[in-house]
Design a protein around this ligand. Structure first.
Ligand code: BGC
Length: 756
């Protein structure tokens, strides 16, 4: 299809019309030119296609679809291959249903445990989120169905989500809030990007030219169309000029008319409109020309896949006395309503009308399991009778498993949590059960961290997250040892909310939310701060045991233009098969800028039989070592030593080797009379210029031999003089040297320091 010619045949009104939806879920058709309408639908962890009665809050019915684990869970798998498979399955369902773009993945950073939408997001770590998102995009798009990576950008709270301005500094955006989008765009070219509701540093994302054009298109090379989040458009004309192509849903023609008027009045260049229409039509035709409505959608098979994925996402947080796996011959009590009716997805636009669900209770059929409801999630209560019944069931059993978690109203799109606790009734229930049976296990269903006041009273905790419609089946397989758990936490679990780095600022004041903790998000903060945690980032136990050995680097010295290969051997020294995750962190041993202690820069998941070993390798490049330098507005590596660490979590490093990385970028010099000696001496070029002056500094700036007493000489050593000198600005030389220094020397020095 020659899109440019097609666009040239459209009237101004038709072009403006194509830049907004026909209704809630469709782009417009122009029949006279054979332009079809195309449908988009939520996602991201299943297809939420609404045939009629469209809404973006999960209110009205959608067609039956398989609900896969939400991103909070899939991230815990640390396995991009799973995300890809899930994407392929969702892509198939889209083809079957005639949906051109699935609205996801959602990759916003889990900045605070409070964000109501955390369950839809992958991680507090941008590297992990980026790899997972890219794999999902690859899977969906392999089916010729588009994705819409969202919500771009810095949309980490629901509170005032349509009006709040996220105030984020440049380095923090680049290092924390952008990379997941950047990775997916650069590696997989999602067909569309969805801009967020919020403002970014005062400007709505939907009309932010820096975000949508400079960064997204010019720097990262994005080729698809940008779509607004539903209702995110404030000034449509400014948005179009900034790079927002498609407004969703429809504005009933209101904003289309504004575009027409702006072009007629010469306020909007028609070429910008043409460009937006071209981008939209290219995607519309990419889908229609590859539409395969005959694609089968085997929901039973997808339900099985959902169970497989969910099992690989479960994180075994604690397992004292190897209580898990449970033995199938033992009497076990399943306690808590979530055993019968699991909480497996969150509320809002991602809410799937499930094909079917498998609860843990159903999955345990044939086992010696006795059930007690324990609490009612809808009523947020546990009566004395319910607790007594649960205690009796626990007493009569070999082990008790409490299926706890956050009820639907606790976390949802559209609003934030107000605290990090489980419902009080569930905490009471867990404590009562643990007192009745020392072999108590807690299975958690939640989208982000919860406090665990009972942690020392229970022997085992299995984090199931919101594991999709087959979560019960997966939980039983893991609990009874059909599979060994292999998930790792994609976020830190603080002991209490006040420990979280965004605690003081989260939510902001009025419409302003300052991201004051900057780059110190999640473990980047906790590790530097040595905060005692409930569980650290990356933590996850197994039923078997893995040993890491033989870490080798391909070089001991590289430049920032080279790549480095790190190889490590992973051995299963336990007695059963299982999957291990090797996590690679990079630590800048000494740095002139504020940096996290270590950052995740690689991970690989491997399946190993007992006794088996496998070598795993990682490729590191400039970005693995770099920080965002705001003087050059680019990534920069400081020359020096870096530790390459292999760990089981950010707090449990098993092996470490160092490499020296040399920067090939010379940072610009901006010396002036207020530059201090410390900075000058740290720069080899500048140090060479200043050295002769310094060598003579005692004679020039200190009292001469006759004037200085012997006692004074002893009291102030050369070393001390130097230490004090380091913070002195160049201009101060004149004050201290008096008439021994011609003030004109300062100007000459500055010129010499700045010379190439
Ligand atoms: C959500 C998006 C969603 C859209 C369409 C919005 O409220 O923020 O994530 O894709 O609605 O349902």
């Amino acid at each position: 299809m020659d899109i440019k010619t097609l666009v040239s045949q459209l009237t101004l009104e038709e072009k403006a019309g194509l830049c907004s939806g026909a209704d809630f879920w469709h782009t417009k058709a122009v029949e006279r030119l054979g332009i079809p309408a195309s449908m988009v639908s939520d996602g991201p962890h299943g297809l939420r296609k609404q045939d009629e009665g469209g809404d973006h809050l999960g209110v009205n019915e959608s067609i039956e679809a398989v609900c896969f684990p939400a991103a909070c869970a899939t991230a815990a798998s640390f396995d991009p291959a799973l995300l890809r498979k899930m994407g392929e399955a969702i892509g198939d369902s889209c083809q079957h249903e005639g949906v051109s773009v699935v609205l996801g993945p959602a990759v916003n950073i889990k900045r605070s445990p409070l964000c109501g939408r955390n369950f839809e997001y992958f991680s507090e770590d941008p590297y992990l989120a980026g790899r997972m998102a890219a794999a999902f995009v690859r899977g969906v798009q392999s089916r010729n169905v588009g994705t819409s990576i969202k919500h771009f950008a810095a949309n980490s709270q629901e509170h005032r989500r349509m009006s709040s301005s996220s105030e984020v500094d440049e380095r923090t955006l680049r290092e924390i809030y952008f990379p997941a989008f950047e990775t997916a765009v650069k590696e997989e070219q999602p067909w569309t990007v969805m801009c967020s509701y919020n403002r970014l540093n005062g400007v709505f994302a939907s009309e932010n030219p820096w975000l949508l054009t400079e960064v997204l298109r010019k720097e990262w090379g994005f080729e698809g169309y940008v779509v607004s989040d539903w209702g995110a458009v404030s000034d449509r004309v400014a948005g179009l000029a900034a790079g927002l192509d498609l407004e969703m849903p429809s504005s009933g023609g209101y904003n289309d008319r504004k575009i027409v008027e702006a072009v007629r009045a010469g306020k909007l260049d028609e070429r910008l409109l043409d460009q937006a229409v071209e981008r939209i039509l290219r995607i519309v035709f990419r889908y229609t020309e590859n539409a395969r409505p005959d694609t089968p959608w085997d929901k039973e098979a997808q339900h099985r896949l959902a169970a497989e994925i969910a099992a690989d996402c479960m994180v075994l947080l604690k397992n004292e006395d190897a209580l898990l796996p449970l033995k199938s011959e033992d009497e076990i009590a399943f306690i808590g309503e979530f055993a019968a009716k699991p909480r497996f997805q969150g509320g809002g636009s991602s809410h799937i009308h499930c094909f079917k669900t498998t609860s843990a209770l159903e999955a345990a059929e044939g086992l010696k399991v006795r059930y007690a409801q324990g609490f009612s999630a809808a009523q947020d209560s546990a009566s004395d009778e319910q607790i007594a019944e649960a205690v009796a069931a626990a007493r009569a059993a070999k082990a008790a498993v409490v299926f706890a978690g956050l009820p639907d109203v606790y976390e949802s799109e559209g609003y934030d949590r107000t605290h990090m606790r489980l419902p009080d009734c569930q905490n009471r229930l867990i404590e009562a059960v643990a007192a009745a049976n020392p072999n108590t296990v807690v299975v958690l269903h939640n989208g982000s961290p919860v406090e665990m006041p009972w942690i020392d009273q229970v022997k085992a905790v299995l984090e199931a997250y919101l594991g999709g419609e087959a979560v019960g089946l997966a939980a039983v397989r893991v609990l009874f040892g059909e599979l060994s758990p292999s998930g790792c936490l994609p976020e830190s679990f603080p002991k209490k909310l006040a420990d979280n780095p965004s605690y003081l600022y989260y939510g902001g004041e009025g419409n302003v939310t300052e991201y004051r903790e900057g780059i110190f998000v999640g473990y980047r903060y906790y590790d530097r701060k040595e905060t005692e945690l409930l569980f650290p980032f990356g933590h996850g136990l197994s039923y078997t045991h893995f040993v890491f050995s033989d870490l080798r680097l391909s070089a001991t010295r590289i430049t920032d233009r080279d790549t480095l290969t790190a190889t490590v051997t992973v051995t299963n020294t336990g007695e059963r098969a299982g999957k291990a995750v090797a996590q690679l962190y990079v630590r800048d041993c000494e740095s002139g800028v504020l940096r996290p202690l270590r950052e995740l820069k690689g991970f690989e998941k491997v399946f190993l039989q007992p006794g088996e070993s496998k070598a795993v390798s990682f490729t590191l490049d400039k970005r693995s070592f770099a920080y965002w330098n705001t003087a050059i507005h680019d990534w920069h590596v400081e020359s020096g030593e870096f530790a390459i660490e292999i760990g089981r979590s950010s707090r449990d490093i098993a092996l470490s080797e160092t490499v020296y990385v040399e920067s090939t970028t010379v940072l610009p010099r901006h010396y002036d009379e207020n530059s201090i000696f410390m900075d000058i001496l740290a720069d080899p070029h500048a140090a060479a210029v200043i050295r002769p002056l310094l060598d003579g500094f005692r004679e020039t700036f200190m009292p001469s031999g006759e004037e200085q007493t012997a006692a004074a000489r002893e009291a102030i050593t050369d070393e001390m003089n130097l230490a004090m000198l380091q913070y002195m600005p160049l201009r101060a030389l004149v004050s201290f040297a008096g008439d021994r220094l011609d003030p004109a020397v300062i100007g000459q020095l500055v010129a010499a320091l700045n010379a190439e």
